[in-house]
Design a protein. Structure first.
Ligand SMILES: *Cc1c(COP(=O)(O)O)cnc(C)c1O
Length: 449
C-alpha cells in the first residue's frame, strides 16, 4: 500500500486508524466528546434553530397535506413510526457472541412519506425554505401567517418555473429534492454519481426532473452540480457537503422522537439510557439527528454513527481530526466494494464532522457480509425490506456490547447497572421505494459472501 507521508504519519500516530484503513469492522468511542453543556458552547447552532426549523415545517404542513395526500393522516408532517424488533436480539447475540441488555427498536424512516428515505427530513426542509424565501422576497407571501396552501396553486408553480434547483447525489438526496422541487414547479437537475441505481434515475425522470449521469464518485458529482449552479443566478444548489439548512431539517427529528417515546411510555433519563445507531454517509442526517436528540435528552442519549468498512469517511475524518482534509482514497480503501449506496461518500462533510466531534459518542464500521445477513433477517422475521445503507444501524446494539471499547464506554459512563433499562433505536433510513427486483437481489446477496 503506497500512501503519502502525511497519511503514513497518521497511521503510525492515531490509535486504531490502521484497522480502519485495513477495512476491519471496529467500534470506536469518541475520546474528544465533552459533556453536552460544554459541547453546546462550542457551536453557533442552538435549540432555537431547531425550533425555527420545526415551526417552518409546521407552516408548510397544510401545503404538504394538499400536495401529498399520503401525509394526511399525519396532518402534513413527514414522520415515521417505531417498530419493536426485540425478536432480532437472539440472532444478534448468536452472530456476535454477546449478550444485549435493553429493548430493541427500529425507527422507520424507510417509510417516510414522499421520498421513502431519511433524506426527506433534510432535503424537503431545505427546498421548502428556499421556496418560502423566494415567495416572501417577491411578494407572493406577505407573512408567515399567510395561507401556505397557495404553494400548491398554478400561479405559484408558474412563478417557481422561472427558478432552478440543482443537487449532486448518490441517489436518495436527489429523490427528495427532485420530488418536492418538481411539485412546487421548480426546474430541477440532479447530478447522479456512479453508484446511483437505475430505478432512482427513472423515478426522477418520470416526475419531470433532469438527471445527469456521471461515471464518477459522489464528491465529483457534487462538484459538477455546484459549478453548474454557480453559473446561473436563478439557480439554487442543495449542497450536501456544506448546507446548514439541510442539517437543520434533520435536527427536528429530536423533538419528534421525544414526543413519540412519551406516547409509547418509554422513559429516557439517567437511569434509562437511550442508544441510537445512525447510518452515516456525508454525515448530515446522523449529525443533525444527533444534534436534535442531544437538545432534548442531553447526556442521556448516546449516539453512534455506522459506516461501511469500505467507506469509513466520517470515522477517519474524526479520528485524524483532519475532517474533510482526508478521504478514503488517501488510504487506498476501495469504496466501490460497498453495496450501501446511500453511504458511499469518500470524503466527509467538514462542517458536520467538526461539529460532531463534540456530539457523537462513537462510530462503527459494518462489513458487507454482516449487513446483508441482517438485511435478510429483517425480511425473514418482520417482513421489513430495507435498502442496504439502511441496515447499517441494525447491528449497533450487538457491536456495543461485544467490542472492547463499547464495553469500556458502558463502564466509564457508570451505565453497567442501567443497561437493563436501556432502549436501543436503530435508525432504518430507507427502503420502501425499492422495486421488487432490486429487493430480491438484496435479499439474496448474502449468498455471495
Ligand atoms: C443519505 C443516506 C444516509 C446517510 O445520510 P448522510 O446525510 O449522507 O450521512 C443513510 N441512509 C440512507 C438510505 C441514505 O440515503
Amino acid at each position: 500500500m503506497i500512501v503519502s507521508e502525511k497519511i503514513n504519519k497518521l497511521l503510525q500516530e492515531v490509535p486504531y486508524l490502521k484497522e480502519v484503513a485495513d477495512c476491519k469492522a471496529v467500534l470506536l468511542t469518541n475520546p474528544s466528546k465533552p459533556e453536552f453543556k460544554v459541547a453546546s458552547t462550542r457551536t453557533k447552532f442552538t435549540k432555537a434553530d431547531v425550533n425555527d426549523a420545526e415551526a417552518r415545517l409546521a407552516r408548510f404542513a397544510p401545503f404538504i397535506m394538499l400536495a401529498f395526500p399520503e401525509t394526511k393522516s399525519a396532518e402534513g408532517l413527514i414522520e415515521s413510526g417505531i417498530t419493536d424488533v426485540e425478536g432480532l436480539k437472539e440472532m444478534l447475540e448468536t452472530y456476535y457472541d454477546t449478550k444485549i441488555e435493553g429493548q430493541l427498536w427500529l425507527k422507520r424512516d424507510d417509510q417516510l412519506p414522499i421520498a421513502g428515505t431519511i433524506k426527506a427530513r433534510g432535503a424537503i426542509y431545505e427546498v421548502l425554505k428556499h421556496a418560502e424565501e423566494l415567495a416572501l422576497e417577491h411578494g407572493l407571501l406577505t407573512t408567515w401567517d399567510d395561507d401556505y396552501t397557495k404553494f400548491a396553486s398554478q400561479s405559484f408553480k408558474d412563478f417557481f418555473s422561472n427558478y432552478r434547483i440543482v443537487v449532486g447525489t448518490t441517489g436518495n438526496l436527489g429523490i427528495s429534492v427532485g420530488v418536492m422541487g418538481a411539485k412546487l414547479g421548480f426546474e430541477v437537475t440532479v447530478h447522479m454519481s456512479i453508484e446511483a441505481k437505475a430505478w432512482k434515475k427513472n423515478l426522477l425522470r418520470s416526475r419531470g426532473v433532469t438527471v445527469i449521469e456521471h461515471k464518477t464518485n459522489f464528491t465529483q458529482a457534487v462538484e459538477m452540480g455546484r459549478s453548474q449552479s454557480l453559473q446561473d443566478d436563478q439557480s439554487y444548489f442543495v449542497d450536501d457537503e456544506f448546507s446548514e439548512d439541510l442539517f437543520l431539517g434533520y435536527t427536528v427529528a429530536g423533538n419528534r422522537l421525544q414526543e413519540q417515546l412519551k406516547t409509547m411510555n418509554i422513559t429516557v433519563d439517567e437511569n434509562h439510557p437511550l442508544f441510537v445507531y445512525l447510518p452515516c454517509g456525508i454525515g448530515g442526517s446522523p449529525g443533525g439527528i444527533t444534534f436534535g436528540l442531544k437538545q432534548v435528552y442531553g447526556d442521556n442519549v448516546h449516539c453512534f454513527f455506522a459506516e461501511p468498512t469500505q467507506m469509513p469517511s466520517m470515522l477517519i475524518g474524526l479520528m485524524t481530526k483532519e475532517y474533510d482534509q482526508v478521504s478514503i482514497d488517501d488510504f487506498n480503501i476501495d469504496g466501490s466494494l460497498t453495496n450501501m449506496d446511500g453511504l458511499a461518500v469518500p470524503r466527509t462533510s467538514g462542517f458536520v464532522a467538526k461539529l460532531m466531534h463534540n456530539f457523537f459518542d462513537g462510530g462503527y464500521t459494518v462489513t458487507e457480509k454482516d449487513n446483508f445477513a441482517f438485511l435478510r433477517a429483517l425480511v425473514d422475521q418482520f417482513e421489513i425490506p430495507l435498502e442496504p445503507a439502511a441496515v447499517a444501524g441494525v447491528t449497533g446494539p450487538a457491536r456495543l456490547f461485544s467490542s472492547p471499547l463499547g464495553k469500556a464506554y458502558i463502564k466509564d459512563k457508570g451505565l453497567e447497572d442501567k443497561m437493563k433499562n436501556a432502549n436501543h433505536i436503530s435508525w432504518a433510513t430507507g427502503g420502501s421505494m425499492v422495486p421488487e427486483e432490486d429487493r430480491k437481489a438484496f435479499y439474496n446477496a448474502i449468498d455471495n459472501y
